[in-house]
Design a protein around this ligand. Structure first.
Ligand code: PEP
Ligand code: MN
Length: 295
């Protein structure tokens, strides 16, 4: 029987849980995103230089991160801000991957750059500002790389699902949804973290969902708490900004963790991860029961 969510999101039916598809697990190197493991992606907002990225890669790997993030093409709202190192940044990411074995996720902003970025990245990030750039979504989907799709700044859950559907329709089912905060009336923080959105996405879609506590809050003091909330809401992982010297970062320093704070965040997640592993079977069967109950 069709559920009310399926009726409400009828034009995105391929991304919804169905009889045919309960969950999508995305293989990335030796990882399985959306599987039983909780995957933490970490690294600087932007790749600034080789030393910064290598040092960060080594430290986040030691703390338990499985994927390295770092923007080479940066969507900056001011034309006077650092725009990223472009191809040089991609080369530095490739070196970090070789040295640490970490998979790489990096943003692609233009459909023209998809072949270049796909050559270096294990996962292509579609940033919030690009979530509704359909020609970019199509080109990124066709690259065959997994897509990390960030929710737009003012996108509803339905908008996010439509963009995901767009990727699936272009032959790529490997989509990771990312809740990174949305704009609301409350401007106290950079954005408003939609934990309910994570819970809902986990209940109605078969796609992996990750939380981005960095962009969601904009304040490094809040990252650890939001990471725990994301995990408790059912996320399959996190994407967190980490920098060797956040106060001097070229972008998003105020929301970046230094190495010690990242270590502490990861250690603080341990008891929650143990609980998650214990409950995992219950969560999955609970979600299926919800789908059936709302029918
Ligand atoms: C980023 O990940 O650094 C970024 C620009 O994210 P968002 O698109 O969510 O703002
Ligand atoms: Mn950033």
């Amino acid at each position: 029987m069709r559920t009310s969510w399926q009726e409400r999101f009828a034009d995105t039916s391929d991304v919804l849980i169905s009889e045919q598809r309960r969950s999508t697990v995305i293989p990335v190197l030796d990882l399985a995103i959306g599987g039983n493991d909780f995957v933490t992606i970490a690294g600087p907002c932007a790749v600034e230089n080789e030393f910064q990225l290598m040092a960060t890669a080594q430290r986040v790997r030691r703390a338990g991160a499985r994927v390295l993030r770092g923007g080479a093409f940066k969507p900056r709202s001011s034309p006077y801000s650092f725009q990223g190192l472009g191809r040089d940044g991609l080369r530095i990411l490739a070196r970090a991957r070789k040295e640490t074995g970490l998979a790489i996720v990096t943003e692609v902003m233009s459909e023209c750059d998809v072949p270049l970025v796909a050559e270096y990245a294990d996962i292509l990030q579609i940033g919030s500002r690009s979530m509704e750039n359909y020609s970019l979504l199509e080109a990124a989907a066709r690259s065959g790389r997994p897509i990390l799709l960030k929710r737009g700044l003012v996108a509803t859950i339905a908008d996010l699902l439509r963009s995901a559907q767009f990727v699936l329709q272009n032959g790529n089912t490997n989509v990771i949804l990312c809740e990174r905060g949305i704009r609301t009336f409350d401007t106290t923080l950079r954005n408003t973290f939609d934990a309910a959105g994570i819970a809902l996405l986990k209940q109605i879609t078969h796609l992996p969902v990750i939380a981005d506590p960095s962009h969601a809050s904009g304040h490094r003091e809040l990252i650890a708490a939001l990471a725990r909330i994301g995990l408790a809401a059912g996320a399959d992982g996190l994407i967190v900004e980490v920098h060797p010297d956040p106060d001097n970062a070229m972008s998003d320093g105020e929301q970046s963790l230094d190495f010690a704070a990242f270590d502490a965040m990861m250690a603080g997640l341990e008891p929650w991860l143990a609980l998650r592993n214990k409950c995992l079977d219950g969560v999955i069967s609970g979600a299926l029961q919800v789908m059936e109950a709302v029918g």
